[in-house]
Ligand binder design. Structure first.
Ligand code: SF4
Ligand code: SF4
Length: 158
């Protein structure tokens, strides 16, 4: 992912991205790193770096970006969107990149649906865990266990 081969760069990649709704301001990025510093996924995964993904897009590393597993790691918290001083809207840019990866055959179509379902599951789980902490008298712990068991069955079945 780090190797840059000039002959494989696609100078139009950034324009293709910027032509999609939500990703218009990708070229405003001045690599301040605010998104990466605040991202909860980057905190636990050293390979995940929103600032670097934007740089790779601007450099034209189309194949490397669209074929990378890293596109699918975002937990959709929108912190990067809220904090970016340049209004880049990285979470929306990521959605555009996911769509391009599917359209151009880098990943199967179902991957987008799976990612959406996983995002929903993670947010529901988070709500239940917070509720458990705030209201330990409720049955949230039981619900959390049931949700995890169900998700494991679904994931393993695939
Ligand atoms: S916060 Fe915005 S400007 Fe700063 S690196 Fe991230 S996308 Fe670029
Ligand atoms: S939306 Fe994704 S990339 Fe942005 S801060 Fe949240 S997890 Fe990180």
């Amino acid at each position: 992912m780090d190797k840059i081969i000039l002959s494989e760069m696609d100078a139009n990649f950034k324009n293709e991205i910027a032509a999609q709704p939500g990703a218009e301001h990708i070229q405003r990025c001045f690599t301040c790193g605010t998104c990466t510093a605040a991202c909860p996924v980057a905190e636990v995964n050293d390979d995940y770096d929103p600032r670097k993904i934007i740089r790779m897009c601007i450099l034209g590393m189309k194949k490397e970006v669209l074929s990378s597993d890293i596109l699918w790691m975002c937990s959709r918290c929108y912190t990067c969107y809220a904090l970016c001083p340049q209004g880049v809207k990285f979470s929306d840019v990521l959605d555009v990149l996911r769509g391009m990866a599917i359209k151009e055959g880098y990943v199967p179509k179902e991957q987008y649906k799976d990612a959406k379902e996983l995002d929903k599951f993670v947010q529901e789980l988070r709500c239940e865990i917070i509720n458990q902490k705030l209201h330990p008298e409720g049955d949230h712990e039981k619900k959390v266990k049931e949700m995890i068991e169900k998700e494991l069955k679904v994931t393993w079945k695939k």
